[in-house]
Design a protein around this ligand. Structure first.
Ligand code: UDP
Length: 253
């Protein structure tokens, strides 16, 4: 079957393809980049390769530490075989250091260290520009149940406590990042009373990607930005930043 016939979804940075197995998808990482709700568009040479490789490595690290992820294997340089998920429309952001929208919203200087990680929820909606929400909104509008909201926060903090030292050992400060979670596609929705037997924590699976597109990473020694902010803010040396993160994350033991 052609790639078009298998295409389920084409996003800003990835294409999702069906496979012969209904519970498996292919995720193809593209070189296209967007910022500011798609208003800025561009191409970052080999980004698809770097992000597929970096995400694969980070998913393996997380999986080995007990975080369930959708990652199964890389099938080529920029294509990942993953478990098919129903994505929860809540983007979970974890912040260790003030940057980006937090800096703007609360008037804090970029680089201010937070005393403990801050977790934020955003409603995943391109039309609305991913507005920030709180758990009560997620519950009220049926995006997630109360126990799922708790599990999203707990899992995101666990991911942070695994990835932060992993990056630090490679000379990278994990400033902030965004995660998306889902439930296995077509899985039974537990009825009343089933929540105890199937706690949200054991149903949720980490999906999407973890890459310099979705993380802010600063060089520990120089503070140099090695992430998508180089593209967003026209800082130059964009490809070089992705290549450097790839080198540090994937070419070290
Ligand atoms: N982020 C993302 N996708 C989004 C919004 C944010 O991957 O749709 C990531 C972003 O790369 C950063 C973190 O989440 O690592 C926090 O982003 P922020 O809220 O500061 O928004 P920004 O100013 O980057 O749009």
């Amino acid at each position: 079957m052609s790639m078009d016939a298998r295409k389920l979804y084409e996003g800003k940075a990835k294409i999702v393809l069906a496979t012969d197995e209904p519970d498996r998808y292919l995720m193809v990482f593209k070189d296209t980049a967007t910022a500011f709700d798609g208003k800025k568009k561009g191409l970052i040479q080999d980004k698809g390769f770097y992000n597929a490789q970096i995400s694969a490595r980070l998913f393996q690290v997380l999986q080995s530490q007990g975080i369930p992820t959708h990652f199964i294997k890389l099938v080529d340089e920029r294509t990942m075989l993953v478990r098919a998920l129903d994505i929860i429309p809540v983007e979970v952001v974890v912040r260790n250091i003030v940057a980006g929208s937090l800096s703007k919203r609360l008037g804090r200087p970029e680089g201010e260290r937070l005393p403990s990680p801050v977790v934020e929820f955003y409603y995943k909606s391109d039309d609305l520009g991913d507005p920030m929400i709180c758990a009560d909104h997620a519950i009220a509008f049926g995006f997630a149940t109360p126990d799922e909201c708790i599990a999203l926060r707990e899992l995101a903090l666990e991911v942070n406590s695994i990835l932060r030292p992993y990056f630090l050992e490679r000379g990278l400060e994990l400033v902030d990042f965004k995660l998306e979670f889902g439930k296995p596609k077509g899985a039974e929705v537990p009825g009343a009373g089933a929540e105890k037997q199937y706690p949200a924590r054991s149903r949720l699976i980490l999906g999407d990607e973890i890459s310099p597109d979705t993380c802010r990473l600063w060089d520990v020694g120089t503070g140099e930005k090695l992430d998508k902010d180089r593209f967003r803010r026209d800082l130059g040396k964009v490809e070089e930043a992705y290549a450097e993160v790839y080198r540090r994350v994937c070419q070290t033991a």
